[in-house]
Design a protein around this ligand. Structure first.
Ligand code: ZN
Length: 205
């Protein structure tokens, strides 16, 4: 699972919410276009958040102050130093923080979509559930796949729901990682994911 900074992300959230509504309405293509925008927006929000989180607290105030104190060629260097004593002190005290800040601005951390997986314990529980269902209703054995079915049960136990075409069929695609045909479109908390039972990955769409 990717850890993200906890920063307010209201603009991307609005886009993710709208993409979810479109998918629920079966307008998957439009939803995908909006998702791409939502990720671009969230990437910007995270980068700004990352930069803001590395800035020393008083930096903004200091930048405003230093912008107000000009230096002209007629001033003597001592006058300049006296006028800017506070600024110079700030930079000398926060030297390391400021270097780190500049580093973050120059090479922002790579933005990644969140990714999760189902644990072995969850899968073991789900296999027991599937087994019990087959015992209760032996006809189910014919439509049970021992990779796909327990994974779907475990996913549902986590609160993920499948998107359905015409209220019945799962929405499947080829998994870009393993090429199996069973990557399934699911959602939780109004966010869209692709779950591949072969790779055991739940990747944000
Ligand atoms: Zn896969």
């Amino acid at each position: 699972m990717t850890a993200h900074l906890h920063i307010p992300a209201p603009r991307s959230k609005a886009l993710f919410d709208s993409a979810f509504v479109l998918s629920v309405e079966g307008r998957h293509h439009e939803s995908d276009e909006l998702l791409a925008l939502a990720h671009e927006m969230r990437e910007l929000e995270y980068q700004l958040g990352e930069i803001a989180s590395h800035a020393p607290d008083a930096l903004a105030e200091l930048l405003i102050k230093s912008a107000l104190m000009g230096f002209s060629d007629e001033d003597s260097p001592n006058d300049y130093i006296d006028a800017n004593r506070e600024v110079i002190d700030f930079y000398s005290t926060h030297d390391n923080d400021l270097r780190r800040l500049i580093e973050v601005i120059r090479s922002p951390k790579q933005y990644t979509r969140s990714e999760d997986k189902i644990s072995e314990a969850e899968l073991a529980d789900a296999r027991q559930v599937v087994k019990a269902r087959i015992e209760a209703e032996p006809g189910r054995a014919a439509v049970t796949d021992w990779t796909i079915t327990p994974a779907a049960v475990a996913l549902a136990a986590r609160g993920y729901k499948q998107f359905l075409n015409n209220g019945r069929c799962s929405i499947l695609r080829e998994c870009p990682a393993c090429r199996s045909k069973y990557s399934t479109k699911v959602h939780r908390d109004k966010r869209i994911y692709w779950h591949c039972p072969q790779c055991n990955t739940i990747k944000e769409a």
